[in-house]
Design a binder for this molecule. Structure first.
Ligand SMILES: O=C(O)C(=O)C[C@]1(C(=O)O)C=C[C@@H](O)C=C1
Length: 356
């Protein structure tokens, strides 16, 4: 080893780190000035953030785009935190997939308020104890996360979607027990139990599967209960000192969940690429088809359609539809106007940028 050369190179690294920190200070100060110039305007502008990341990744192809994205998301998170102290609510406890999605979307400069269930995330937004919320919407194996749509249908009208992101979901089976033959019960969120159905049938046939409010809550339970295993992320297992008995136990390697970042403020402008609607129609033959027809006529591509029961009107339903493209585009705006006239109630949940 060339000690002299190594020392010189490390001195250069120290200088570069110092220069980076000086630049960070200047960036944070500029972001603070932007915050003052925006006044009451929204602090969080996901479309602007996505543009910054895309441009940097395109201009610096020699740097791994995933790693550059991860570093720069934290840079922006730090600058956002200087503008305004933002807090965001998501399903906890620590190590849930919602927690991972919130960190990926908003970075460590945001104060994350971990909630016991999904309705509490919406309540935190409505009461103003959190400026933002992060909720799961759809999983590639199990489809729509129904409690999110149900909570959204009851939420105050100012709650809207600001952004969507996709997170790969990889489950481990973890326990304080050292081996699979000691497992008497498997605990997890119902979505996680369903995403690992085949693996569980093959490796733990007949073992009772117990639903929990979250995967990380299941990890907490497994840490204090002998004979119990949980399905959760590797991080959630590590945080509780659990032994990973099997990894990648989801029934498909490409298991992923899309999450929404929610807010109550004015939706920031940008280049939205998806619009989400919630609507109810009169309970008569053909009304659903009539309501959707303007979307077909406008040539809009639907990416989700989901019906959910209306508990107050037995056996009647509300519907949730996503289409590609912004609500403000002239053909979409015309279609939405025609659709509204055919619905009892039509609510635009958001028109927002989607992570590619
Ligand atoms: O450009 C803005 O509007 C900013 O507030 C600056 C900034 C950034 O740090 O780059 C911070 C927060 C916003 O979400 C977007 C970008």
């Amino acid at each position: 080893m060339d000690e002299v050369r190594l020392r010189a190179l490390r001195e250069r690294i120290d200088e570069l780190d110092e220069a980076l920190a000086v630049l960070l200070e200047r960036r944070a100060e500029t972001a603070r000035e932007i915050g003052a110039a925006k006044g009451d305007g929204p602090t969080y502008d996901p479309a602007r953030e996505a543009r910054i990341l895309r441009n940097l990744q395109a201009r610096h192809p020699d740097l791994d785009p995933e790693a550059l994205g991860a570093v720069h998301r934290e840079v922006i998170s730090l600058c956002r935190g200087v503008q305004r102290h933002l807090s965001a609510a998501c399903l906890g406890p620590e190590g849930s997939f919602s927690h991972a999605a919130a960190l990926r979307a908003l970075g460590h400069g945001t104060n994350l308020a971990l909630q016991p269930d999904l309705p509490s995330v919406f309540r935190a937004l409505e009461e103003g104890s959190a400026a933002l919320g992060v909720v799961p919407v759809e999983n590639t194996l199990e489809g729509t996360v129904l409690p999110t749509l149900d909570a959204f249908s009851r939420a105050a009208p100012e709650v809207r979607v600001l952004r969507e992101l996709r997170l790969p979901v990889r489950h481990v089976l973890a326990s304080r027990e050292p081996a699979l033959d000691r497992i008497r019960e498997v605990h997890s969120h119902p979505q996680a139990l369903a995403q690992c159905r085949l693996w569980l049938a093959g490796h733990l046939p007949g073992t009772p599967q117990i639903p929990e409010a979250s995967t990380s809550g299941a990890a907490e339970r497994a840490a204090r209960t002998p004979g119990t295993a949980c399905l959760c992320s590797r991080e959630a297992a590590g945080l509780r000192g659990l032994t990973v008995l099997a990894r990648d136990v989801q029934d498909h390697p490409h298991n992923a969940t899309r999450f929404w970042v929610l807010g109550t403020g004015q939706a920031p402008e940008g280049n939205p690429r998806k619009t989400s609607l919630l609507f109810t129609v009169p309970h008569r033959p053909g009304t659903l088809l009539d309501a959707l027809d303007p979307l077909r006529e406008a040539g809009l591509n639907l990416t989700l359609i989901q019906s959910r029961p209306l508990p107050e009107n037995p056996f009647e339903y509300f519907f949730c539809v996503d289409f590609q493209g912004p609500a403000e585009a002239p053909e979409a705006a015309r279609a939405l106007e025609a659709m509204e006239a055919r619905c009892f109630r039509l609510r635009i949940l958001g028109s927002y940028p989607v992570e590619s």
